[in-house]
Design a protein around this ligand. Structure first.
Ligand code: SF4
Length: 356
């Protein structure tokens, strides 16, 4: 039987870990879609219903590019919003376009019922070895945790790098080396090695730098193309970036219960997707003394739209400025950069005023 050529939608740096499960666990070929570009979103937007949220369009464009790159099996993701219904729609659109590929919809799997993952994985490789898949998945989870720790360190320091691009270059090397890791021991070595290298990079920190927290919708916050490289723009201004939202914090560690409890004053009901985390982190960043908060979301993201009046209230209560960005397929870099510039000037002036 021919080996499946499998694609998983791009999300931040995590595809290295997904590729590990597909190649080492499921014994299939991994087909990485090309990096997201204007072409990806144009393709996605062309064949998507107008009013779906932007992640749908990015994923659809990415699937088409992956099929053109040789993929014959597409993994679809689920989520706690309409993302859970995207699979069927993507499948139908791609079929209508004449693409004949296999679809594996992870929305059918449930973290509380591990057997459901087995059922989905079996569709990718019916002859899979369960032990191998389990081992590869456990290592992939550890990889994700390491990626998240490294990227937290980068966000805290990249704004003060002396050699422009040094953090990005080392991050790329780290992800490249991560691809070759085959067990926990090797992973620990790579992690230690790169943390040492990152700590050795020359930085010039100013006294009491500006600190900004980023909150908002899952995909937009984690995919740098979708948020127009927001974190990089902020780093160029010498700002420390706090961003709690990542896979480790939201999927591997389930904080949902305690988060719900801690935001009771502002929201009594879960508004879906990342809404509760958005509210919780806005409160945390305000309490931690961040100078401002940036809220990012895709155009049409209902759960995040619902958080906006709550965020306004938090902004008033804690006297912390919050700026809102909503991205769609037409958003221009110029408009975003102008608003970031104005936000930066404002939080800088506030800080100087406070320190007088
Ligand atoms: S969280 Fe919002 S933007 Fe993301 S998939 Fe759900 S509705 Fe769409």
């Amino acid at each position: 039987m021919a080996v499946s050529k499998v694609n998983f939608p791009r999300l931040g740096s995590y595809n290295v870990a997904v590729a590990h499960i597909i190649t080492k666990g499921l014994d299939c070929e991994y087909v990485d879609a090309p990096p997201i570009t204007k072409k990806t979103i144009e393709l996605g937007a062309k064949y998507s219903p107008d009013f779906v949220c932007t992640p749908f369009k990015y994923q659809l464009g990415g699937y088409i590019e992956a099929i053109e790159a040789g993929a014959d099996t597409l993994i679809q993701v689920g989520g706690a919003c309409r993302l859970g219904y995207y699979g069927e729609l993507h499948e139908q659109i791609l079929k209508d376009l004449g693409y004949h590929v296999k679809f594996v919809n992870m929305a059918n799997a449930n973290f509380n019922k591990p057997l459901t993952f087995y059922e989905e994985f079996k569709k990718i490789n019916p002859n899979m070895n369960v032990k191998k898949v389990a081992q590869a998945t456990l290592l992939a989870i550890k990889m994700v945790e390491v990626i998240d720790k490294v990227e937290d360190f980068i966000r805290e320091n990249v704004g003060f790098e002396v050699v422009e691009g040094s953090f990005q270059k080392l991050h790329e090397d780290f992800l490249d080396d991560l691809k070759d890791v085959s067990d926990k021991k090797e992973l620990a070595i790579i992690y230690k090695l790169y943390m040492r290298k990152f700590k050795k990079l020359e930085v010039k920190k100013v006294k009491n730098p500006l600190k900004v927290g980023i909150i908002g919708e899952y995909y937009t916050i984690m995919d740098e193309y979708s948020n127009h490289y927001m974190e990089k723009e902020l780093a160029k201004k010498g700002i420390i970036i706090e961003r709690w939202m990542n896979i480790s914090n939201t999927i591997f560690h389930n904080y949902a219960k305690e988060v719900k409890q801690s935001i009771k004053k502002y929201a009594r009901f879960d508004m879906g997707a990342t809404a509760m985390y958005t509210i919780k982190k806005a409160i945390d960043y305000a309490k931690e003394g961040c100078d401002g908060i940036i809220h990012v979301k895709s155009f049409g993201c209902t759960p995040e739209i619902d958080t906006m009046p709550v965020l306004q209230k938090i902004s008033e209560d804690y006297k912390i400025p919050i700026i809102y960005f909503s991205f769609d397929t037409q958003t221009s870099d110029v408009g975003i950069n102008t608003r970031i510039e104005a936000f930066y000037d404002m939080i800088m002036m506030r800080k100087e005023e406070k320190e007088k």
